[in-house]
Design a protein around this ligand. Structure first.
Ligand code: NAD
Ligand code: GLY
Length: 361
């Protein structure tokens, strides 16, 4: 079992990583709630894991209620959020309750925002079940729902009290969803850790084969990298923006295509290639590194260009609603070399369009 601490003063919290935590035979369960909790999950995950998690909590004497939401990115909405509030109120949950998110990034982001706002904030625990949520969305306290005009536009910074990762969940995850998680993993390597990029080039097949040691190392490394960034810049005023490599283009794809049609990681993968081409055009990135990134994304089963039906000119209106835009100026995260990135304010609109076209060539 691995434990990583996200260091945020009195709001510090542990990330526990192990295999078999949901298993009946595992005596240890690193979750402590108060007297009551609301489990938030969806109708795909509930048949797989809800009973196991609920049973473990009930054995420790916690009163457990549950709300089962429809599955899908299109349900990460204000309307569905209201179902969580209704369930909490109908079951008389008070301010000392705990909201537990059991699921991927959609459930984690939505349940986290419910926890941030129900009675002005209740305790929150993340139990991420997808690769993407285990390496990224469950850590760091960004919570949100989507708006039809933009991804993650309504939300709050709200840290969980604990993150509990059972690696065995990945055995039931569809391959396309696994690849989506690999996009965020490759992102960490490009922006922060050249040695980790090399490790991924060597161990990608082991990850795709769900080899336990490779998975455990990879998930731990990503959680460490993210925990370090969040500890320095919790509220996204500086270094944390780097975690958005590919996301300005990617969020435009997700919104334009309709939530759920392109998976988050797929859109980020295409967006990272666009960012790489933008920086290559600026003459600041080696062609050999462009090819290394493209090859790794392709091996991971990810797209390296945007949707055919989305014209390059269609990106900009969506990109201008990005949360990094300041005073009407686009700010893009661009890699400098593999292992280092920075935020750039001087990328002209025609350069953005050209970088999208480069990926289609
Ligand atoms: P998701 O939550 O939609 O999960 C993907 C699919 O896998 C869903 O159908 C889900 O029901 C299913 N699933 C989940 N666990 C499973 C399991 N163990 N076995 C089988 N199926 C399982 O998507 P995601 O990729 O986990 O998360 C994407 C979301 O995360 C996006 O909304 C994105 O904006 C958000 N995100 C947030 C942050 C953050 O910092 N808060 C970071 C990255 C991404
Ligand atoms: N996924 C971006 C962040 O957590 O800041």
């Amino acid at each position: 079992m691995e434990k990583i601490i996200v260091t945020l003063g009195e709001r510090s919290y542990p990330i526990t990583i192990a295999a078999g935590l949901f298993n009946d035979q595992t005596p240890f369960w690193p979750l402590t709630c108060g007297d009551s909790a609301m489990l938030v999950t969806n109708d795909l995950i509930a048949p797989l894991y809800l009973d196991a998690v609920r049973d473990k909590l009930m054995k420790s004497g916690v009163k457990i209620d549950q709300v089962i939401l429809p599955d899908g990115e299109q349900y990460k909405s204000l309307t569905v959020l209201d179902q969580v509030f209704s369930a909490l109120l109908a079951q008389s949950h008070s301010r000392d309750t705990t909201i537990i998110a059991l699921g991927g990034g959609v459930i984690g982001d939505l349940a986290g925002f419910a926890a941030a706002s129900y009675q002005r904030g209740v305790r929150f625990i993340q139990v991420p079940t997808t690769l993407l949520s285990q390496v990224d969305s469950s850590v760091g306290g960004k919570t949100a729902v989507n708006h039809p005009l933009g991804k993650n536009m309504i939300g709050a910074f709200y840290q969980p009290a604990s993150v509990v990762i059972d690696l065995d969940c990945l055995n039931t995850l569809p391959r396309r969803e696994f690849s989506s998680g690999l996009a965020e993993i490759i992102k960490y390597a490009i922006i922060l850790d050249a040695a980790f990029f090399k490790w991924l080039e060597t161990h990608l097949e082991a990850l795709l084969a769900l080899e336990p040691r490779a998975l455990a190392y990879c998930i731990r490394r990503c959680c460490e990298l993210k925990a370090n960034v969040v500890a320095i810049d919790e509220r996204d005023q500086g270094q944390r923006a780097l975690l958005n490599l590919g996301h300005t283009y990617g969020h435009a794809i997700e919104t334009y295509m309709g939530y759920g049609n392109w998976l988050h990681g797929e859109a980020v993968a295409a967006g990272m290639m666009m960012a790489v081409h933008a920086v290559r055009r600026l003459g600041q990135f080696r062609n050999a590194d462009v090819e290394r990134i493209k090859a790794l994304l392709l091996r991971a089963g990810l797209p390296v260009s945007g949707p055919e039906e989305m014209a390059p000119e269609a990106y900009l209106p969506h990109m201008m609603r990005d949360k990094k835009v300041i005073s009407g100026r686009l700010r893009l995260v661009l890699p400098v070399v593999i292992g280092k990135a920075e935020v750039c304010t001087n990328v002209a609109n025609d350069m953005v369009v050209a970088s999208i076209k480069d990926c289609q060539a």
